[in-house]
Ligand binder design. Structure first.
Ligand SMILES: [Zn+2]
Length: 447
């Protein structure tokens, strides 16, 4: 068996194990049970000479840390961080059992295959190979398998950063997501995630006056008011803002010059995204240029013959970096207009976005390494509307990136549909490419 084939098989089998462990995080503290994947990773590392620390934030919520200590204290420390949990599935929408980890024609199917057990796996494969080869770098390399990313990292990255900083302290961090090649006319573009929007969850509580459902005339029905509140939130558009990350990304992906110009003009971008195809790109373009408001859950009413006096509407707000939680509340008041006095705004989550400069020695090393694996490729910055554990490190001013290296077998336009969606899958060639890239990157960057 060639080394490449052995590497691909190794990564595929570890990924299948992690998928089958089904560490499903539904947001409740007892879910996840990522200890199963921590155990699997520790078993995988056995015999490599690595030693481990475990950090438990609650029953079954285990982080696994292992490190190769550098010889030069002035050299940088690199943290490779992969989450070990996955989101729930609706199995009826899947073509295959989401936790069987079937391999069909070089594709691994299963929950977590792209978010992000694939990367957690390939980082581990590189770590073990480096350890077994006797790698003695100048800089320190840390591998971290972390729980609870899918519910915000309370029991994982946030817990470690707040309570075990010495275990995860690093000069650079890499985690999900990125490195899905975009074929542009002038070559392959490899996005590296450098910015995230801020997650702001708001509950809008609409009050009314209870009454008999048989006599609705001139009643103060909270649900009728809430319907108008939802309509206003759903159609509200704050002014667009063009960040440098978006400008650089969109100018590299090979769109027509006129479209690129419109998508980077705050006065024209909203009109432009209405006509942009495919739909996934239109949604991305809108999300990367606007703070967005999505009313997603409604609670209220008690009985069919009672006029409701209280309705709660949960709105998922994603703020562009630079837009504060206070700005979000001001935007909501603007959206509500004359109904603002009828609505109480509760804020179960208020987070700033986060940004890392793309200019850094680590990204230079990524460019060198990927250039050798994908000749003619170019690294470009990317912003994501989702949240990742990188933000806990960016908030401490530690340069943190989302990256990996994928093949072109699954088109880049498919990836947004697979994250938290049905039929999540990854090709085994991408596993081999990523593992190879991590190993080369560590050798290049840590010396
Ligand atoms: Zn993820």
């Amino acid at each position: 068996m060639s080394d490449d084939t052995a590497l691909e098989t190794d990564a595929t089998e570890l990924l299948r194990t992690l998928i089958r462990n089904a560490c499903v995080n539904d947001g409740t503290p007892a879910s996840g049970q990522e200890v199963r994947n921590a155990d699997a990773l520790e078993a995988y590392f056995a015999g490599s000479g690595l030693s481990f620390q475990r950090y438990s934030s609650g029953p079954g919520r285990v982080s696994l840390v292992t490190r190769i200590e550098g010889s030069d204290r002035k050299a940088p420390t690199l943290l490779l961080m992969g989450h070990t949990d996955v989101v729930p599935v609706n199995a009826t929408g899947w073509s295959r059992d989401p936790f069987a980890a079937d391999v069909v024609d070089g594709i691994v199917w299963g929950r977590g295959a792209t978010d992000m057990l694939n990367i957690t796996t390939t980082m581990a494969v590189a770590m073990r190979r480096l350890a077994k080869s006797g790698f003695r770098p100048k800089g320190t390399l840390i591998y971290l398998g972390v729980p609870d990313e899918e519910a915000g990292g309370t029991y994982g990255a946030k817990f470690l950063v707040d309570q075990h900083w010495d275990a995860v302290k690093a000069d650079y961090v890499i985690t999900e997501s990125g490195g899905v090649p975009i074929p542009a006319p002038d070559g392959i573009k490899l996005p590296v995630t450098v910015a995230e929007k801020g997650i702001n969850w708001r509950r809008l509580v609409v009050k009314g006056t209870p009454g008999h459902g048989s006599m609705p005339f001139r009643t103060d029905n909270a649900l009728v008011t809430a319907a108008e509140v939802v309509r206003r939130i759903g159609t509200y558009q704050p002014k667009a803002k063009i960040l440098d990350e978006w400008r650089r990304f969109v100018s590299e992906i090979g769109l027509a010059p006129e479209m690129t110009a419109a998508l980077t003009d705050p006065d024209r971008v909203l009109e432009a995204v209405h006509h942009l195809e495919p739909l996934g790109l239109a949604r991305l373009a809108h999300a990367c240029t606007h703070t967005t408001f999505s009313p997603n859950v409604v609670h209220g009413g008690s009985k069919i013959n009672v006029v409701p006096d209280r309705i709660a509407i949960d709105v998922d707000v994603r703020a562009l970096p630079g837009v504060s939680p206070l700005d979000v509340d001001a935007m909501l008041k603007e959206a509500l207009g004359d109904l603002a006095s009828r609505v109480e705004i509760e804020a179960p989550r208020s987070q700033e976005g986060s940004r890392t400069p793309i200019e850094s020695p680590l990204v230079d090393a990524m460019a060198r390494v990927t250039q050798a694996l994908v000749p003619g490729s170019k690294i470009i910055p990317r912003m994501t509307g989702g949240g990742t554990d990188a933000r806990y490190f960016r908030w401490k001013n530690i340069p943190s990136y989302g990256f990996a290296l994928h093949s072109q077998r699954i088109p880049y336009t498919e990836y947004p549909l697979m994250f938290h969606g049905n039929d999540e899958r990854i090709d085994t060639e991408s596993l081999r490419l990523s593992a190879t890239m991590w190993e080369a990157l560590c050798r290049d960057f840590l010396g």
